[in-house]
Design a protein around this ligand. Structure first.
Ligand code: FEO
Ligand code: CA
Ligand code: CA
Ligand code: CA
Length: 671
């Protein structure tokens, strides 16, 4: 909808203190209950999860996946149609980004050999892992005050690395995506490393493929069989090495060979040399149609997709999605549909996606040092994106989309400190992007920019500060921008820095937002605005640099708007080096009516990911991802060495899980 009017909300809960315990803490008057854990059954007749590595691998396509991440709650009416205001029945759709192998099999992953030659030898373990990635759709319901999911709902569904997906948009059918699985380039099998998410105004879910590159095997011996262009592309996307879970090594069957990108046959349709080009996309799923094939929307570009946040929806105007590419020094993008939004397309599923997501224009952001910014078009033949480009000769628009990072390099976009979630404030239309952190090796002190202005070593960050990876911007920041004239189709914007992560008590040159014990945080990742309470934001952390003090957390925020602060000089300190960087900083943590307060702290070794709400804002769903992730495979036989036993307690193996939070008086969450 267009920006909402009216007063900003007021946070109304008591601050939750930082802690290092193995539990979820929420404010007094709130209750957090576990709703949906790794392995929980989602079809009639599937047994309860034993959680000891002995559950039948073939049952995992009807169980919750691992590493719960981005999610959306789709309210549903009595006829099974999307009803965004619904309060007590809806489909919860969530990503399962990755796995913690130590907790999935009897004794961790079975591997023989070392390094590049290592092989997985237990096909049943690998079958589990194939199913544990991807997406869940589950029907949730409120009875009395208690939320649960229906194990036998006809809507329940798992989408995973074996699910057939349609390739859609300009790249479909081109030589880039022809494989043995689909010689005509029309489809691929599976989705992987689904991180954050997005929505559409017609009621479908977008799941975003982030660190997909690491799953593929491509050893150096393959280089001799590849063109210079292919090698440049593999390098830019990080497709190299043995493959992080070793899936390609189980055997020669296509089931495993499709994770091997090496040239093996006489032509591209006899092997999987192109398979990695079929990953790295935004994928559309219609949760209301359990038989529908997911569609990979190639017009939105291929990179390390974190999420895809829908911008303001105005009938008769194009639709826009804002997207981050999560790796150090990567970019922020937006996609603008060619067609204008027609509200009659609501409820039309992926057929509406064919209309709005397959044709449009991809842009990448340039943040200028004077507080303005520019969207640079990534279209073949424009802005130097053509066969004459020096570092990569583009052949056509499909080439541009498959290699969006190289196109963004060519136009001179601004490298950012690891873009994670994008979020749009419904009160103002401002777009927020979390920049989780970076280090001095990736972004040295002389490579700061106004939008990535900070470089320091916090003496209290628990590290000795002598190594490059402990300097830089270890606590991250949040940048935000307003497209000119409030129009998402504008090619100009104004930006400022909304917040800088820091630990309370660190020097004012580091703690630029004046964070206190009530709201200090590090490494912002999930960022999402409530729709039920316009102006209320939720911020989730994924922290390596603050876990000596606290487990990861969820904060509530009421921000101001772009331009409510002013110009500021940041003093930067590197080893043997001091520089200043002028930047633009918005009203900080508790200034000028803005609010920021810690709402939840999770159990040990977790990251807080994914967030959604019921249509009335009285239930908040969040995900606890990989509790106990610092447990080693070798320690799986000794529960005393597990970092966490959450949520089941005792000696149990920890499990990623969805938690539903309600207020004991039945009120709206946070305000
Ligand atoms: Fe999967 Fe960028 O976090
Ligand atoms: Ca993330
Ligand atoms: Ca992260
Ligand atoms: Ca994670």
């Amino acid at each position: 909808a267009a920006p909402a009017q009216g007063a900003a909300p007021d946070l109304s809960f008591g601050t939750v203190a930082k802690h290092l315990e193995d539990r979820v803490a929420v404010p007094p008057g709130y209750t957090a209950r576990v709703l949906y854990r790794l392995g929980d059954p989602i079809a009639a007749g599937v047994s309860a999860y034993k959680n000891d590595g002995t559950d039948d691998p073939a049952s995992y396509d009807r169980r919750a996946g691992d590493h719960h991440d981005g999610m959306t709650w789709f309210g549903m009416d009595a006829q099974g149609r999307w009803a965004s205001q619904a309060a007590d029945r809806g489909l919860l759709v969530m990503n399962h980004e990755a796995i913690t192998p130590a907790f999935l099999h009897a004794t961790g992953q079975t591997i023989v050999g070392a390094k590049d030659e290592a092989r997985r030898t237990d096909a049943r373990e690998v079958q589990r892992e194939f199913y544990l990635h991807g997406v869940s759709v589950i029907e949730t319901q409120k009875k009395g005050q208690a939320w649960s999911y229906r194990q036998d709902s006809r809507y329940n569904r798992r989408i995973h690395t074996l699910t057939e997906m349609t390739l859609s948009g300009p790249v479909a059918g081109t030589d880039f995506v022809k494989t043995k699985y689909a010689p005509d380039g029309s489809k691929t099998r599976g989705t992987v490393n689904n991180c954050a998410n997005g929505t559409t105004p017609w009621g479908t879910y977008l799941t975003c493929e982030e660190n997909w590159a690491g799953y593929f095997r491509r050893l150096a011996a393959d280089d001799a069989r590849r063109s210079a262009k292919e090698l440049a592309a593999f390098k830019r996307y990080g497709v190299s090495g043995a493959g992080r879970e070793g899936w390609a090594t189980v055997g020669d069957d296509d089931l495993y060979a499709r994770w091997n990108t090496e040239v093996r046959g006489a032509s591209a349709t006899e092997d999987f040399r192109n398979v990695s080009n079929t990953y790295g996309w935004v994928v559309e799923i219609d949760p209301f149609n359990p038989k529908s094939a997911p569609k990979k929307r190639t017009a939105l570009g291929r990179f390390g997709h974190e999420g895809a946040c829908l911008g303001p929806v105005v009938p008769g105007q194009p639709l826009v999605w804002y997207m981050g590419d999560d790796a150090r020094n990567e970019y922020i993008y937006k996609f603008v549909s060619a067609r204008n939004w027609d509200p009659k397309d609501q409820g039309k599923g992926t057929a509406a996606g064919d209309k709005y997501l397959d044709e449009g224009t991809l842009y990448v952001a340039k943040f200028k040092d004077d507080g303005s910014g520019e969207w640079l078009e990534l279209s073949f033949g424009k802005n130097g994106i053509d066969a004459d480009n020096k570092s990569y000769a583009f052949a056509n628009q499909a080439d541009v989309l498959v290699h969006a990072r190289l196109a963004a390099d060519a136009v001179g976009a601004t490298r950012m400190d690891r873009p994670e979630w994008t979020a749009v404030n419904p009160r103002t239309g401002d777009v927020y992007v979390t920049l989780t952190n970076t280090n001095a090796r990736s972004r040295p002190i002389d490579k700061t920019s106004a939008a990535n202005p900070r470089h320091y070593n916090d003496p209290k960050n628990g590290k000795d500060g002598k190594k490059e990876d402990q300097w830089g911007n270890p606590n991250g920041h949040i940048v935000r921008f307003a497209d000119a004239g409030g129009k998402p189709t504008s090619l100009a914007f104004q930006w400022d820095v909304y917040l800088f992560g820091a630990r309370a008590g660190s020097s004012p040159d580091v703690n630029l937002s004046g964070l206190t014990a009530d709201n200090d945080f590090s490494s912002p990742d999930g960022l999402w605005f409530s729709q039920a309470v316009p102006g209320l934001a939720w911020l989730e952390t994924d922290d390596g640099a603050y876990t000596d003090v606290t487990n990861c957390m969820l904060l509530a925020a009421v921000p101001g708007q772009v331009g409510d602060g002013g110009k500021q000089t940041v003093v930067n300190i590197g080893p043997g080096n001091t520089r200043t960087q002028d930047t633009y900083v918005g009203a900080q943590a508790n200034q000028k009516g803005t609010q920021l307060r810690r709402f939840l702290v999770g159990p040990k070794g977790c990251e807080i990911t994914g967030i959604a709400e019921s249509g009335d804002g009285r239930a908040l769903f969040i995900n606890i991802q990989h509790p106990g992730e610092n447990t080693l495979d070798a320690d799986i036989g000794d529960p005393s060495k597990f970092e966490s036993h959450w949520p089941d307690g005792g000696n149990a193996r920890p499990r990623s899980a969805t938690v539903v939070i309600t207020r004991d008086d039945g009120g709206r969450i946070g305000v």
